[in-house]
Design a protein around this ligand. Structure first.
Ligand SMILES: Cc1cc2nc3c(=O)[nH]c(=O)nc-3n(C[C@H](O)[C@H](O)[C@H](O)COP(=O)(O)OP(=O)(O)OC[C@H]3O[C@@H](n4cnc5c(N)ncnc54)[C@H](O)[C@@H]3O)c2cc1C
Length: 462
């Protein structure tokens, strides 16, 4: 039990608000993106600056409180919030500063990607992130970061230059290739296990106008399309990304009315290379035998592609997902995929296969904590629906689909696409990097203060 007098002291020391159950703003502040998650923290510390984060970390440690770190609040398993403990809410720590000369961007720990894209686009620059602009920079980066620029410029962590981290003992350190190197290695894939990142510094690239968008095919032609795409994307130029998805066509413009509500297979393309070569790159794609029924691929500003699917996936829906890394997609696996695509349980439910090859293969398995550099795809099966009454339906479909496809997978999963799978699955994901992560965890957080995450247990080095 945390004493009232101590809470008053925390309130007095912080610039930001400290919210308690029953107070105005508390219920709004405890909401996360996935409406399946309904947790009631004892306190929500809405940090306004680094000092607030330090006070909140010290308070949690001294009062033996469970701590959750909230970045963008997008985590599928709701790992940005907890029951009973203290939430370090970074949502007001959302500044972005672009340095066009150095081609870098400094981003505060609670920022969302839409703000970053907005700021960097003014200079014709971008860094790799995800495909929905409301996702948090914090969680996405610390888990790895997969998106439209993965094949061209690698994972988000491959573009991380340094990070400011408030550690479990309340000290602030800078982690980079030259200072706190072990910590820097660990936070590139090891999630929020090692401290609260108050600011990230990313490398930028000249990305401004993309040539991209979705192409979609009738389901009865998708076997052929998937076989073609699977081989094509392994050899495609690195400045071309194309992730595969099963979707139900939304009944809205710009989709053709005759195809509304059809379940289809699609590829979402993003080409960031020389605009003069668009025809050369897309010629073979467009002349591929089964013609798409929807082709919305064209010139598009990078932030527009980055936020294209935001309206389809607003916050407040029920989400349940399961993931795997994949090295090969066999014809047999494609047949199994199609079986479950035909049974898509709700209009927003989906399955994505993101390529994680190209520039993401430039680093080895041990270069960062992110171990699956030898995988070619990150697969995620997602049951989504606004209606809580459909919770069982989407969960069952996701689990059965996952069980059917898991035998074709590489073993582990992208941590940011995991929910509550537990220790064994976390170990399978970090493979040979797990022990090193556990030792670094012991060095920086020996009592496991930061455990509301895909948790790496501290271990004393032998
Ligand atoms: C609609 C949707 C689309 C997505 N698309 C993609 C995608 O395209 N690519 C991709 O790679 N992932 C994607 N994801 C997954 C996403 O990366 C994870 O859900 C991630 O955890 C979200 O980060 P967040 O900061 O928003 O989450 P939160 O729920 O706020 O936090 C999640 C975890 O991150 C940690 N954390 C967050 N910020 C910090 C910080 N500053 N310091 C320390 N720890 C921190 C916390 O420990 C917490 O456990 C998507 C998720 C959703 C819901």
């Amino acid at each position: 039990m945390v004493e009232d007098i101590n809470i008053q002291q925390l309130k007095a020391s912080m610039r930001g608000a400290v919210l308690q159950p029953g107070e105005s703003g508390y219920d709004e502040a405890r909401k996360v993106y996935n409406a399946m998650i309904d947790k009631r923290p004892r306190l929500i510390a809405r940090c306004e600056d680094v000092a607030d984060v330090i006070y909140a970390v010290n308070f949690a440690r001294e009062n033996n409180l469970l701590v959750a770190i909230r970045g963008g609040g997008h985590n599928g398993g709701g790992l940005g919030i907890c029951d009973d403990g203290l939430v370090i809410d970074l949502s007001h720590l959302n500044g972005v500063q672009v340095n066009p000369e150095k081609m870098t961007v400094r981003v505060e720990g609670g920022c969302t990607w839409g703000k970053v894209d907005h700021a960097t686009h003014a200079f014709g620059l971008a860094t790799p992130s995800g495909i929905i602009s409301t996702t948090g920079v914090g969680g996405l980066t610390l888990g790895g970061g997969i998106g439209h620029l993965t094949r061209a410029y690698g994972l988000t962590i491959d573009n991380l230059l340094e990070a400011d981290v408030v550690l479990a003992d309340g000290s602030l350190v800078k982690a980079s290739e030259t200072t706190h190197e072990a910590l820097f290695w660990a936070i590139r894939g090891g999630g929020g296990n090692f401290g609260v990142v108050t600011s990230f510094l990313f490398k930028l690239h000249p990305v401004s106008m993309d040539y991209g968008g979705p192409m979609m095919w009738e389901l009865d032609q998708v076997k052929e399309v998937m076989q073609w795409w699977r081989d094509f994307i392994l050899e495609a130029p690195e400045d071309l990304n194309g992730f595969f998805a099963f979707v139900q066509i939304p009944p809205v413009a710009p989709f053709p009315a005759e195809h509304y509500n059809k379940i289809v297979g699609g590829v979402v393309w993003c080409y960031t290379g020389d605009p003069e070569k668009v025809e050369q790159v897309f010629g073979p794609i467009r002349s591929m035998a089964p013609q798409p029924i929807v082709d919305l691929v064209g010139p598009i500003p990078h932030p527009a592609l980055q936020s294209m699917f935001d309206p389809l996936y607003p916050p407040g829906h029920q989400w349940y997902w399961r993931a795997d890394f994949v090295k090969e997609i066999s014809d047999e696996a494609i047949d199994r995929h199609l079986e479950f695509a035909r049974k898509l349980p709700t209009p927003q439910s989906t399955m994505h296969l993101y390529p994680v090859n190209g520039a993401a293969h430039e680093l080895g398995k041990e270069a960062t904590a992110w171990s699956y550099r030898d995988a070619n795809w990150a697969q995620v099966i997602v049951g989504v629906d606004p209606d809580p009454a459909n919770k069982e339906k989407i969960t069952t479909w996701t689990k059965t689909y996952f069980d059917a496809l898991h035998p074709y997978s590489a073993g582990g999963a992208y941590v940011n696409f995991m929910m509550e799978e537990g220790d064994e699955r976390i170990r399978a994901t970090y493979r040979d990097n797990y022990d090193r992560l556990a030792h670094i965890k012991y060095q920086y957080d020996p009592t496991n203060l930061f455990k509301v995450n895909q948790n790496i247990k501290p271990a004393v080095p032998a």
